[in-house]
Structure formats: C-alpha cells, structure tokens
Design a protein around this ligand. Structure first.
Ligand code: LLP
Length: 423
C-alpha cells in the first residue's frame, strides 16, 4: 500500500497534488511519501515482533538525509556499505551501535574512520578483509565486533545482476568453509565474533530461497557454537521484493517473511538483524516527468519525456518494469494504445518501456513512474549533462525540496580547467 492516489482527478502524494509540486519545482522530479516510508518500516518491525531485533535500513536504496532522518527517528538502525554512507547515518544522529558495515571491498581508510566513530559490527566478506581489519583494530587498540557473511549457495530466483547468494558471486565466504574462517577470526587480535551474516539477493518474490538460506544459517549457528564461538546475532540481510507490476502482483508480505525467520532461526535465542532497502523505500516514491513530444514512428508511437535513463536507470540496466500512470486521471472508458516511453538521451537503451498500453497523454502533460523510491535517485547521474533531478518529501499536506536541482552553473563549475589552459 502507498499514499499516491488520484483525488479530484489529479494524482496526489498524500494530501499534496503532484501538479502543485510540479508547478513549484518543475519536472522531472522524485517525490517521496513520509506516511508510506513510516508504514513500511513499521510493517517490518512488527513482522519480527517477539524476537529481539533491529531493522537496519539498507540506505543504498535511498540515502537522502531527510529519508534517513525520518527512519532514524522511528528507531531504525542502518546498513552502510561505504564511509560516505556511514557519514550519512551519523549526520542524522544514528549511533554507531546501530550501524552495520557491509560490503566486499572495505578499505583501510574506511575501517579507520568507522572504528574511530563506533560501529555495531562489521560484516566481513573475506579472509584478507579479516586480516586487515584485525591489523587496523589492533593498531587502534579497539576490539571490533564481526560477523562473517556466508554464501549459502542458494538460488534467489531474481535478476542475475542482483542475485548474491550463489557460489559464483563475489559475495561472502562459501558456507562450507565458514568453520575455518571463524576459527581464524577467533585467533586474530582485535576481532570479536558476535554472529553470522547472510544476504542472498534483492527483489526476491519467492520466500523459499530465504527458508533454505536461513536453515543453513541455523545449522551453522549450532556448529559454530559447538566449536566454542559466541553466536548471539544473526544478520539475515535484505532483499524482500515489491510489487512493481500492480496488475500482476502477489508479493510476499513482510509478515510471511517474519514467520519464516521465526520458524527457521527463532529457537536459537539470537538477536535478529535485517537489512531491507527496497521494501521500505521503493513504493514510497514516484518519479514525475513531462511529455516533451508525442512522436509517430514507422508503425510505432513514442512518448518522449523529459526524464531519462540517467535519472532512473533501472529499466535500462535490469529491464525493470515500473508502472507508469498519467498525473491527470483518465476519464472512465478512455481507450489505451501501445506506446514506447523514452527519454532524450542519445542511445536506444534510454527506453523506459516498449509497447506499454497507455491512455493518450498530450505534449506538456505529466506521467508518474511508480515504485521509484528505491534505487532511483541514488543511481542517477548527469550523463548527457543533464543536472540531477530534485527530490521532494511530502508529509500530509506539506512538501519540501530535500535535494534541489543544481543550476547549470553549479554543474559546469564542478569541472576545473588546468592552469595551462587558462588564458
Ligand atoms: N544488504 C546487502 C548486503 C545488500 O547488498 C543489499 C542490496 C541490501 C541489504 C538491500 O537489499 P533490498 O532490500 O533493497 O533488496 N540496484 C538494484 C538493487 C541492488 C541491490 C544491492 N544490494 C536495483 O535497482 O534493483
């Protein structure tokens, strides 16, 4: 459920009309709903009720400080994958002991920064990382809590670019080698084993791979405890999918996911951490764009819009589907016709959808891409020298720009001519 509905014939974000926002900030833009973000966080938190747990929002999905602040204020922890993300968590007041640090390639500089600022745990992904972390922690005279990310070799049945739990992925340590790696961890100075981490992929719409992975983690927990390790936390990663296509959606619910967690690892007396990103932010955001031209091709019609692949790359990168709706509600009985919706960028990959049945949308009118709150703005770029588009947050009947659109001067001034070219 989200809070983007038609009211009086115009799409609204909560109580604010999209047309009003567009009149104020221009198109294209992203808009997020506070109520939806809050609802999704609560649904996840409730799904794990009865078990000690911490929902660590995977901020890679949407790391705007306003989004982070509203989740942090609800008690969320954060999953970060770079020192930049760590700084964002700190900037909105998340204490170090609610931040987990994930990622396959943490650098020495990142380790030093994070250890100085405080961290709940490192999710370690390799033996070389373990050695470096031990060295840095020992040099700094601190002991760092760690989990080892295990790769359970489970097929997450998702897009290959976002599946992470198979043996041919770069992520984690094969679960078959986990006991050796934990023995190594326990022998290293500055390292304190606290648990196990697993994350098998993103946009999972089938819960069975979770069950398979968590059962393997449960088995490993018992084995590691028998080896003498203290396993008190299980970080089960993120990845729960969202209904990108509403007409054809039967998404697994966070409550069903919670039941699987309870059923597979609930008896182990561990604190549970989860790292959802997409499910919290995805359906809490729209990208709004105006039609520049209706163009008729050879037996094909195109809607050329002012947003492009640099603003929302998911269709070009993962062939992802986003529902697209006109901002002005079509009259009942309006006929739809297939059309390609494309951006102005100079490559054919700049196609949001092909042959999508759409009601007519005239030049100058707006469309909204649904489910664009996660992996939208964060993955955008200035390709084709298109300034990054603004982000807006709505809360009830108020809205605010939470990242302004840069001016062209600001964009140009980031480049510097070397001295020898200045005359
Ligand atoms: N934890 C770890 C260790 C991760 O690698 C990820 C996502 C998450 C949590 C959050 O997963 P989520 O709950 O959001 O599915 N750009 C892609 C998605 C990449 C996901 C990468 N890792 C997309 O647009 O679909």
């Amino acid at each position: 459920m989200d809070h983007f509905l038609y009211r009086d014939g115009v799409l609204h974000a909560e109580d604010v009309s999209i047309s009003e926002i567009a009149a104020s900030v221009g198109t294209p833009f992203y808009v997020y709903s506070t109520a939806t973000l809050q609802r999704h966080y609560t649904v996840f938190d409730d799904a794990l009720a009865g078990m000690p747990h911490l929902v660590c929002y995977a901020m890679k999905a949407n790391s705007n400080l306003a989004v982070l602040k509203l989740l942090a204020d609800m008690g969320a922890g954060m999953d970060v994958v770079s020192v930049g993300e760590y700084m964002r968590a700190k900037a909105v007041g998340v204490p170090g002991d609610k931040i987990v640090f994930s990622g396959v390639g943490k650098t020495r500089a990142e380790m030093e920064h994070v250890l100085a600022g405080g961290i709940r745990q490192f999710n370690v992904e390799s033996e070389p990382e373990l050695h470096l972390l031990s060295k840095v922690a020992a040099e700094m005279g601190v002991e760092v809590p760690i989990t080892v990310r295990v790769n359970p070799d489970v097929d997450a049945k998702t897009h290959p670019k976002i599946a992470t739990g198979m043996s041919d992925n770069k992520f984690g340590i094969p679960i078959s080698r986990a006991r050796d790696v934990y023995a190594l961890a326990a022998s290293l100075p500055g390292i304190k084993v606290v648990g196990i981490d697993v994350h098998i992929g993103s946009q999972l719409v089938d819960l069975d791979p979770y069950r398979d992975a968590f059962l393997k983690v449960a088995e490993l927990t018992e084995a590691l405890r028998a080896d003498g390790h203290e396993i008190k936390r299980l970080d089960l990663g993120g990845g729960l999918g969202i209904p990108y296509e509403r007409s054809n959606a039967d998404p697994p619910l966070p409550s069903d996911y919670g039941d699987i967690v309870r059923e597979t690892v609930g008896h182990l007396d561990c604190e549970i951490e989860i790292e959802p990103g997409r499910l919290i932010a995805g359906n809490a955001g729209l990208m709004v764009s105006s039609v520049i031209f209706n163009k008729s091709g050879d037996g094909r019609d195109f809607l050329i819009v002012d947003a492009a692949m640099n603003d929302l790359i998911r269709p070009a990168m993962y062939d992802a589907h986003h529902d697209i709706v006109p901002v002005i509600e079509p009259a009942v009985g309006t006929t739809v016709a297939p059309i390609d919706i494309v951006g102005p960028v100079c490559e054919s990959g700049d196609t949001f959808t092909k042959q999508r049945p759409m009601p007519p949308v005239a030049d100058g009118e707006m469309i909204a891409f649904r489910s664009a709150g996660a992996y939208g703005a964060v993955m955008s770029s200035e390709y084709n020298s298109r300034p990054m588009i603004p982000e807006v947050l709505v809360d009830g009947d108020q809205f605010a720009v939470i990242r302004p659109r840069p001016t062209f001067d600001e964009m140009l001034n980031r480049d510097k001519l070397p001295e020898w070219m200045q005359d």
